[in-house]
Design a protein around this ligand. Structure first.
Ligand code: NAP
Length: 491
């Protein structure tokens, strides 16, 4: 993977993407030729225009998915698996192009985009293998009379809605299991980052996904164009990744059709460091958990809870490392960190820092909105943050590490669990006994033990409480797209 790119490579990557609606296997320009501008967040400049769908086009996409459902469910599992496998190979072969598209539309460094392309591709490989492992059960009725047979059938047409922060991985994490299970779909990427999804859809189309199995709708008005699909009786499932507020509202609307739901929502991850931890290892994990994706990750460490005896040292060492990092456009080879996604996101991060500062938090590094174009915000460390600061409750979604001290394991657990969210927690200790005890007491769907990144296509990703429902990836992932059918056999 090359570490740099030039204007020619950027133009070529942008020109390679179909920027239309994919409906029934055909790319269409969109009624009236309306389009949505896609911005480079490092400059605020428009880099591409993609089709802006109408409600009628979104309904046509769902119609195409519904028409294709029976045929797609009947396709041999091996054939569906092979399509996914070829998509995996293509993503690996085209990783530079897709990574460049990602950096252009989302802003992260090329190295981070490349890592995301590999992560996204792995979902295609994992679910290529899962497609041929869908099985049922056969058992004797406990009464001795008759048999119980269960089989698993695809849920049916799905609506897959993804956010802007991981434009390839969030799409792959839904599309791959849906294909493996035999579900057709309408995919709706975030309007800020549609390009990676469009590129992936074209790869799948070229690799043999039947017309109508995967439809893509881009829109500037999701509420008016996509949400009404939830009332359509042809739709059987919603899988949504995004904010808790929108997820909750969509869940309410999905109640009418009693849709199957997978919701991957917001987080407020605690990062616990006990005095017996390997501090160097904890600092490395903290940098990964905080700065991956410029902090714009649902899994980003949001609250650093550090045992009081080492809190000062931890804060100083983390600040020392974060202070040296440079923000810049991905094309700048000296840049360690990209911009935030837009002005609103940056204003929110700046406001949270100011509010904490006003309540007495100390700013050890960063904390100032820089001059110049783009939506940059510097890596920032806040220590002595009071527990009542807004930054302790809100998902920061930026490169700001807020550090809180605790005196006992019980207090650490109370602080960690004192949030409405429950996606992921991290903990650092060298005691296996403590690691297991604390993991069991944490009210989160995932726990990183002495590691700052938990995402893995082979593991079940998901949260509890206000962080959502269901799991993506792992052995559980395909189950979100299957329903169980039971046959009562009188023999
Ligand atoms: P968002 O505003 O909730 O948007 C997510 C997606 O929903 C976008 O595609 C958006 O479309 C669409 N949308 C918004 N309103 C809609 C409506 N009324 N009907 C249908 N679709 C609608 O979230 P975001 O700001 O993009 O993403 C950040 C959030 O995602 C954070 O809270 C983060 O924690 C969460 N997230 C969670 C996970 C996880 O796995 N748990 C992973 C990544 C991100 P537009 O493009 O039109 O806005």
């Amino acid at each position: 993977m090359s570490a740099a790119s030039g204007p020619a490579e950027e133009q070529s990557a942008l020109a390679s993407v179909r920027k239309q609606l994919l409906i029934g296997g055909t790319w269409r320009p969109g009624e009236g030729g309306r389009s949505i501008a896609v911005e480079d967040p490092a400059s605020g400049e428009t880099i591409a225009e993609v089709a802006d769908a109408t409600l009628a086009e979104a309904r046509a996409a769902l119609g195409a998915a519904a028409d294709a459902q029976a045929g797609f469910a009947a396709m041999a599992p091996r054939e569906r698996g092979e399509i996914l496998r070829r998509a995996y190979e293509r993503m690996i072969a085209e990783r530079e192009r897709i990574a460049l598209l990602m950096s252009l539309e989302m802003g992260k460094t090329l190295a981070e985009s490349d890592a995301e392309v590999l992560y996204a591709a792995e979902f295609f490989r994992w679910f290529a293998e899962e497609a041929v492992r869908i099985h049922g059960t056969y058992m004797r009725n406990p009464t001795g009379a008759g048999r119980i047979l269960t089989m698993r059938a695809p849920v049916g047409p799905c609506l897959l809605i993804t956010p802007w922060n991981f434009p390839a991985a969030m799409a792959a994490r839904k599309i791959a299991p849906a294909v493996a299970a035999g579900c057709t779909m309408v995919v709706k990427p975030a309007k800020q980052t549609p390009l990676c999804t469009l590129a992936i859809a074209e790869i799948l189309r070229e690799e043999g996904l039947p017309p109508g199995a995967l439809n893509v709708v881009t829109t500037s008005d999701s509420a008016a164009v996509v949400e009404p699909l939830l009332d359509d009786p042809r739709l059987r499932k919603l899988s949504f990744t995004g904010s808790t507020a929108v997820g909750r509202a969509l869940m309410g609307r999905a109640a009418g059709g009693l849709l199957r739901l997978s919701l991957e929502l917001g987080g407020n991850a605690p990062f616990l460091v006990f005095a017996d931890a390997d501090i160097e290892q904890a600092i490395g994990g903290a940098l990964a958990a905080k700065l991956r994706n410029i902090g714009e990750a649902c899994t980003a460490a949001n609250r650093f809870l550090v045992e009081a005896s080492i809190a000062e040292r931890f804060a100083a060492e983390l600040a020392e490392r974060m202070r040296t990092l440079r923000s810049g456009r991905f094309s700048d080879p000296h840049s360690d960190l990209g911009p935030l996604i837009d002005g609103a996101q940056r204003a929110k991060v700046a406001r949270l820092v100011e509010e904490a500062r006003g309540r007495g938090a100390r700013v050890l590094c960063g904390g100032q909105v820089p001059e110049g174009p783009g939506y940059f915000y510097p890596p920032t460390v806040l220590s002595d943050v009071p527990a009542e600061a807004e930054i302790a409750r809100e998902e920061i979604f930026g490169p700001v590490a807020a550090i809180y001290a605790f005196d006992s394991e019980a207090q650490a657990l109370a602080l960690a669990n004192g949030t409405e969210y429950g996606l992921v927690a991290y903990l650092y200790t060298q005691s296996l006994e403590r690691a297991l005890r604390v993991s069991e007491a944490l009210e989160f769907g995932m726990v990183g033990v002495n590691q700052g990144v938990v995402s893995n296509p082979a593991a079940p990703f998901g949260g509890v409480k206000q962080s959502g429902l269901g799991r993506e990836g792992g052995f559980e992932g395909i189950g979100e797209y299957l329903s169980t059918r039971y046959l009562a056999l009188s023999l």
